[in-house]
Design a protein. Sequence first.
Length: 258
Amino acid sequence: MGALLREWRDRRRISQLELALRADSSARHISFIETGRARPSQEMVLRLAEHLDVPVRERNALLIAAGYAPHYPETSVDDPSMGPLREGMERLLTGYDPYPAVVVDGMYQVVAANRGMGMLLEGVAEHLLRPPMNAMRITLHPDGLAPRIRNLREWRGHLLEQMERQLALMRSSPLRKLYEEVSAYPVGVGGREEAAVGGDHAPFALPMVIEHAGHVLSFVSTIATFNTPMDVTVSELAIETLLPADPETARTLRRLMP
């Protein structure tokens, strides 16, 4: 517990005194916890984890290291108790059509997607679309979207940086293996490198520029997560929506999906 706490404090660049003040404790007590001279209560472990902004899954790891049972359950999205959550996500995805939207878990496995995303995935190799589908593989694999992404190097760099930030927050061997796999995919399979958004429309965020059905579409990505999650699964769900980056993309999507 002490070593893990010190690691998280170092990651956040917070001194023992600052953490103590935030958690209504003392620097001496924090020092004793980190050196193993004191065993914190379950409440103190959770309080320290909250002030260090530790991910929910890693909060359970801190509790186990301190000798306590996990505090946060990990419930499958398919569990009956998750019915309202699934219905809410489906309603959100449907309402976003014709613009693509997808829900992924902490390993980028696709939990749900709308028709707009299904349209964008037309032409992706069948082996990438078999469950469980993985959004990173679908996007960066040579048999996936990569050959149609015109600014593949830029978009690939953005996605890999996103995974690197996630890896810095959690210890996950499966996620590390996924990162090593997708980062090793060849880069020279994308379409022509060109300006991110064509015409007179300047990009307001890094877009993904992709060819589809004879059209060039430009999207910017937004990611939404759940506030104050009390379940490990829910804490790692992310809803990614692709917003048209120019008027032509919006018009094309409305024509393709009336």
